[in-house]
Design a protein around this ligand. Structure first.
Ligand SMILES: C[S@@+](CC[C@H](N)C(=O)[O-])C[C@H]1O[C@@H](n2cnc3c(N)ncnc32)[C@H](O)[C@@H]1O
Length: 511
């Protein structure tokens, strides 16, 4: 048993807490887009419509709580079998006085059969991120039974997992880490250190399976940055097993789930992802499973983020375009910093300026509906709302929102302050987090350090980057604190306007 010396984890690491994080692809607003792009009906996301959101393996609950704080009329439930995770999630909820989130300590292998499941709301959306390929067959089958019982007909499921063949080069490495680790130490952090040390030594010894291997390099880079909790939860679980897409689709079919597409929106645009030759071969097959297998053979894709609907209602092209037209978008960056060119797996993408230029300019004045954007004068064409949404949201430059932003309410302010106080540390400034926001329904994705700076700006009467750097970097040398102060000043100049525009920071805060 790995890191499970307390004896209850069935081989899953239980002696070290997982890291907090926010994954925007789990947001119902984002999943709604993935459904529409895939030609399936999505959710009713009108402002007052209550959504019931269920997250399985929710860890410390940061993502679930960011969604709850941003959507007071939703009900959010997080389930995890780690009492330490559930206690931490409940503490954060209590501190922020979030009343619309519930955290349940339960083992997913048999929760579907527990009597207390009767009180669980039927879910519009179920998500599991970082769970499926890390747990045993018994847990996976419990997850399927739970989804079958509690995801409403027409509801959306998001399942991410380590994918094959993307992970095939790392299967030996994980086995080695796990076997060496569990024979070297009881604690899972020490198991990681022991396993990584043997990997490094074997590379020096010329071990063929470990040399010149990008996934081994990624492992060592995490180890060099001291990300031991991440490594323990990624590699030290007894049942770790990457999966082929078709096998996941088959397992989830038992809960009547239909696969729709990828939550990584650009992956749904084959010309951006695959060469023309590869697309010609895919086109020979009408079985979506075979097409996905060919895609997984061509792509550098280690994590799949699959979106399913429990009973997909297929839309006609007209219905789909009408539903996409209703989507409201907000720009996530300053228009001057909009990236017009980027590398994509199929080569280089230049975002078409004549079409997107007026759209980005309009969005820089505030959020707009897609149908309004397509009605702007001077557009060379008005035909493709899917492309508009897919490119802007898929490149992380726009965010789907429910309604225009408002001044952050008390819950949002308390949540951002409490999360900043709990989580921000000098060694995790780049962790992917989010600021809860009011009005939009969409937490604003951001790096960890932004949480600290936004919370300080909200709470303090005047800007004090030097003082804040001293507070945060109190154990660091002066030069490091000065560097941090300069960085905080840049965040205040560059990002705070966006936090204000998107309902995460009061207009009047620390002017
Ligand atoms: C890798 S973490 C991912 C956490 C979170 N979803 C995220 O992405 O940050 C997997 C989570 O699943 C939980 N977990 C593992 N096995 C479980 C089980 N049998 N029942 C319920 N939760 C489980 C763990 O405690 C852990 O919090």
């Amino acid at each position: 048993m790995s890191g499970a010396w307390a004896g209850w984890g069935d081989g899953y690491v239980t002696d070290i807490a997982y890291l907090p994080g926010y994954y925007p692809h789990q947001s119902p607003l984002h999943l709604n887009l993935a459904c529409l792009l895939g030609g399936a009906a999505g959710l009713d996301l009108t402002p007052e419509h209550p959504i019931s959101y269920l997250e399985l393996g929710c860890g410390r609950g940061f993502g679930a709580l960011a969604l709850a704080a941003s959507n007071p009329h939703w009900h959010v439930t997080g389930i995890d079998f780690s009492p330490a995770h559930i206690a931490a999630a409940r503490e954060l909820a209590a501190e922020a006085a979030i009343a619309n989130a519930t955290f349940i300590e339960a083992d997913l292998s048999d929760f579907a059969e527990a009597s207390r499941i009767d009180t669980l709301l039927e879910a519009d959306v179920v998500t599991l991120h970082g769970l499926w390929s890390w747990v045993s067959d018994a847990v996976r089958s419990g997850i399927v039974r739970l989804i079958d019982r509690k995801l409403r007909p027409g509801g959306i499921a998001y399942v991410s997992y380590n994918a094959l063949p993307g992970w095939q080069q790392a299967i030996g490495m994980q086995r080695l880490l796990h076997e060496v680790g569990r024979r070297s130490a009881t604690r899972s952090d020490r198991q990681v250190e022991a396993g990584v040390e043997v990997v490094r030594t074997l590379i020096e010894a010329g071990a063929y399976q470990l040399s010149d291997n990008p996934l081994v390099r990624t492992l060592l880079s995490h180890a060099d940055h001291g990300q031991i909790a991440y490594l323990a939860h990624e590699y030290m679980n007894a049942h770790w097993r990457p999966c082929f897409h078709a096998d996941v689709v088959r397992d989830l079919a038992a809960a009547k789930l239909d696969w729709i597409g990828s939550a990584a929106l650009l992956e749904n645009f084959s010309p951006l992802m695959y060469s023309e030759q590869a697309r010609t071969i895919m086109a020979r097959f009408d079985d979506p499973g075979v097409r996905e297998l060919i895609k997984d053979m061509c792509a550098v894709r280690c994590l799949r983020q699959d979106v399913f609907v429990r009973g997909a209602r297929r839309l006609t092209a007209t219905e789909r375009d009408a539903a996409l037209g209703e989507v409201m978008l907000a720009l996530r960056c300053h228009p001057d910093q909009f990236s017009w060119e980027m590398d994509v797996p199929a080569g280089h993408m230049a975002i078409e300026r004549p079409f997107f230029g007026p759209i980005v300019a309009a969005l820089s004045d505030g959020p707009r509906r897609v149908s309004d954007l397509l009605a702007l004068p001077d557009l060379p064409r008005r035909d493709n709302p899917g492309e508009l949404v897919g490119i802007l949201v898929g490149t992380d430059q726009a965010l789907p929102i429910i309604a225009p932003p408002r001044e952050p309410d008390a819950i949002v302010r308390r949540f951002n302050r409490a999360a900043a106080a709990r989580f921000v540390r000098p060694d995790n400034f780049n962790t992917s987090m989010a600021l809860a926001s009011s009005g939009t329904g969409a937490p604003l994705p951001c790096p960890m350090l932004d949480l600290f700076v936004a919370a300080r700006m909200q709470e303090c009467e005047r800007l004090d980057p030097e003082g804040w750097a001293k507070l945060l970097g109190r154990d660091q040398p002066d030069t490091e604190q000065q560097r941090l102060a300069a960085f905080i000043q840049r965040l205040i100049d560059d990002r705070a306007p966006l936090w204000r525009r998107l309902g995460a920071l009061s207009a009047a805060a620390a002017p």
